[in-house]
Design a protein around this ligand. Sequence first.
Ligand SMILES: NC(=O)c1ccc[n+]([C@@H]2O[C@H](COP(=O)([O-])OP(=O)(O)OC[C@H]3O[C@@H](n4cnc5c(N)ncnc54)[C@H](O)[C@@H]3O)[C@@H](O)[C@H]2O)c1
Ligand SMILES: O=P(O)(O)OC[C@@H](O)[C@@H](O)[C@H](O)[C@H](O)CO
Length: 382
Amino acid sequence: MKAVHFGAGNIGRGFIGLLLDQSGYEVTFVDVNDEVIHAINQDKAYQVHFADDTSKPVTVEHIAGINSIKDPKAVTNAIVEADIVTTAVGPNILPVIAKAIAQGLAERIDFQWKPLTIIACENMIGGSTLLKEYVYQEVSEADQEGFDGLFGFPDAAVDRIVPNQTNENLLDVRVEPYYEWVVEKTFIQGELPDIKGITYVEELGPYIERKLFTVNTGHAATAYLGSYYGYETIDQALQDNRILETLNGVLQESGQALIDAYGFDKKAHEDYIQKIIGRFQNTHISDEVNRVARGPIRKLSPKDRFVRPAGMYLEFASVAPEYLPKAMAAALLFQNKSDEEAVKLQSMIQKSGAADAFAEVSGLEKDHPITTAVLAAYEKMR
Ligand SMILES: NC(=O)c1ccc[n+]([C@@H]2O[C@H](COP(=O)([O-])OP(=O)(O)OC[C@H]3O[C@@H](n4cnc5c(N)ncnc54)[C@H](O)[C@@H]3O)[C@@H](O)[C@H]2O)c1
Ligand SMILES: O=P(O)(O)OC[C@@H](O)[C@@H](O)[C@H](O)[C@H](O)CO
């Protein structure tokens, strides 16, 4: 069986590539990073190390790499022959890879009439659905009709903390032992892909929101507050009680919103929260605040990890949350010259002020109760 995976980065090598290899797939990684692609083709293997005291490293083999800039035709051919396509490139890159996927699928229907599943493994709601929209923008209406009964784009939630890597061997990855990969089966055409570690569900909504609004809301809150108080890594930041207390407050608020929206068991959700805080505190991995804080404009956008749970909380409690706005204010204060979105956000704030900048990125009105709470926290913190 053949898999094509876009994005040979942290999650691509440390999670999706690993599980695909363990499920018997030959994995072709597609990336624009020539150094990584060259190493994949030269070494044909890498090791995944686990951030605990006990687990032994696992070797991932049967891999190949394609540089999609240098060899787009090879990407098309790989998609024509693939049994599954996955991505972990970041939400902003989905429109970029859509063209190559569209090209591959269009050639595939001329060559073979076999269903294919395409799963976007990105931290966002509706990632595969959005990828499908981008792919469909690239093909004719006739091709779209052909695609409809053949190619499925099921949405997914992926959870495993894979920090930036500093290993001697470029391809090796150090990951936390925990993982969860949940895929909605509704839109899959043909048989469900047999991948060890995937949990198939009828409806992804509760799973992706629970993951995004607990793991990623908490992670981002820790990162922005960590940056504000001058810490470099997530575990260091959480040794500061001011941050730990705010993190707890943030997760109680997003937790209340999730419990109200989906009827999760209160005790089970509290256990989930505590387990996640424990994962952030894992001293066996060093996860940079700047990695977790990356892309503040995306993270402050309407459907992402802060604005949506804050809105859900307001809707159910009829009062604005207290802690989520503090985390959002810290995001407005986040500075990192190497982060394009952080630079852009700071320039928006300088040009038009924090109120306009927040309204623009969050999609909330300037007099919305959440905007008011964020700006009050921002004024106190700056
Ligand atoms: N790292 C984590 O802990 C983690 C966990 C769960 C989900 N995710 C999600 O996985 C996705 C990837 O995150 P990551 O941490 O692996 O990032 P990363 O930066 O380590 O990897 C992204 C890879 O995509 C490649 N890329 C960029 N443009 C490309 C293009 N046009 N074509 C092909 N490849 C391209 C980059 O070169 C890089 O190798 C994100 O959506 C992230 O939210 C990350
Ligand atoms: O990848 P992002 O930028 O959406 O979020 C940064 C981290 O919170 C994220 O990568 C987590 O490590 C991951 O989602 C854990 O499953």
